[in-house]
Ligand binder design. Structure first.
Ligand code: SAM
Length: 292
C-alpha cells in the first residue's frame, strides 16, 4: 500500500495557520504533517498531511472540513509517494563506491583497493547496503567524521541491512557494535558480511523491530547510534532512540528526503538533541545530531 500526501499550496503565513488546523484535526491519528517552502522569493509554501492509501477518503474529507474555517477556497492536491524498492536500489551499481576513506567493493574488485583505503567487502545480495545509495554513502562519510572527532566507546546500527555501516564503525575503531534489523534475512546476510570482513567478534547482530528487544538496554546506552531507515519511522522512534543515547553521544540519521528534513529535525529537537551537520547526496540527507 502506497503512502499518500494531501497538500494545499499557500503562503508562509497561511501555511503556519493551516498547520495548526491540521494538528487539531489529526492529533489523535498519528499522521505526519508538515509545511515545506517551495519558492522563497514568491512566498509559495505547501502544508501537507501524510497517510496510507486505505484512509485517504476519510482523511481528505476531514482535511476539507478543517480548512473550511478560513481556507475553504484552497484546492487539496494529492501525491503518491513512490514505494522505494530498497533491494533494487542497492543493486543499481556494482562498481566500487568511495565515501570518505571507505571503499565499498564486491569480491570481484579486491584488486581496486588502494593502500590508504578502508575497504569494506560486500557483494550485492538480499539486503540493502552496497554503498551505492546516497543514504548509505552519506552515512559512511558522516561515520568517519564522527568517529574521528568524538569519543565513541560503543555504537549501534539500527536497520543494518548488509551490515555496511556497522562494519564501517568497527573498521575505524575497535569498539563493540550492536547491529539490528527488522528483517531476519538482512541479519543473516550481515552476519556473513561481518565474517567475510574479519570483524565478526566485534559486531553483535540481532533481529528486532525498532527498539523492541531487551538487547538495547543490555548493551546501551550508546555513544553513537546510526539509523538509515525512513523519515516516518525515524520520527516515531525519536524518544526511544534518544533514551538509548549516552550523555554527549551522537546520532546519525538517514533515509530522509531533503524535503522531509525539517519534520525529522523537529522530532529530534523535541527529544532534546541538537543538529550538528547535514550532508546532501542525490536528494537524500544524512543528519548528525548530538546530545549537548
Ligand atoms: C535503507 S536500509 C539501510 C541499510 C544499511 N544500514 C545502509 O545504510 O545501507 C533500511 C534497513 O532498515 C531495516 N528496517 C526498516 N524498518 C526497521 C525497523 N523498524 N527496525 C529495524 N530495522 C528496520 C530494513 O529491513 C532495511 O534493512
Amino acid at each position: 500500500m502506497s503512502e499518500i500526501r494531501l497538500y494545499v499550496t499557500t503562503t508562509e503565513k497561511d501555511a503556519e495557520a493551516i498547520l495548526d488546523l491540521m494538528t487539531l484535526a489529526f492529533e489523535e491519528d498519528d499522521l505526519a504533517i508538515a509545511t515545506t517552502e517551495i519558492d522563497e522569493k514568491k512566498d509559495i509554501w505547501e502544508a501537507s498531511v501524510y497517510l496510507m492509501g486505505n484512509v485517504e477518503h476519510e482523511v481528505c474529507g476531514r482535511l476539507a472540513d478543517a480548512l473550511k474555517s478560513g481556507f475553504g477556497h484552497l484546492s487539496i492536491h494529492r501525491e503518491v509517494i513512490p514505494d522505494i524498492d530498497w533491494i533494487a536500489k542497492s543493486l543499481e551499481g556494482l562498481k566500487p563506491v568511495r565515501a570518505g576513506r571507505f571503499l565499498v567493493h564486491g569480491s570481484h574488485d579486491r584488486d581496486k583497493v588502494q593502500p590508504n583505503d578502508i575497504a569494506i567487502e560486500i557483494d550485492a545480495g538480499q539486503a540493502f547496503g552496497t554503498g551505492h545509495h546516497g543514504t548509505t554513502a552519506g552515512c559512511l562519510e558522516m561515520i568517519e567524521q564522527v568517529v574521528r572527532s568524538r569519543r565513541v566507546r560503543n555504537a549501534m546500527d539500527l536497520g543494518t541491512g548488509s551490515g555496511v555501516l556497522a562494519l564501517a564503525v568497527r573498521k575505524l575503531k575497535p569498539v563493540p557494535v550492536l547491529a539490528t534489523d527488522i528483517d531476519p534475512i538482512a541479519t543473516r546476510v550481515a552476519r556473513d558480511n561481518v565474517r567475510r570482513n574479519g570483524v565478526a567478534e566485534g559486531i553483535m547482530l540481532e533481529t528486532a523491530t525498532g527498539f523492541h528487544s531487551t538487547v538495547f538496554r543490555k548493551h546501551g546506552p550508546f555513544d553513537l547510534i546510526i539509523a538509515n531507515i525512513l523519515a516516518r519511522p525515524l520520527m516515531k522512534m525519536a524518544p526511544q532512540l534518544a533514551a538509548h543515547l549516552a550523555p554527549g553521544g551522537s546520532v546519525i540519521l538517514s533515509g530522509i528526503l531533503a524535503a522531509q528534513r525539517w519534520k525529522v529535525l523537529a522530532a529530534y529537537n523535541g527529544a532534546h538533541l541538537r543538529h550538528v551537520r547535514t550532508i546532501w547526496r542525490n536528494g537524500w540527507v544524512t543528519i548528525h545530531l548530538d546530545r549537548p
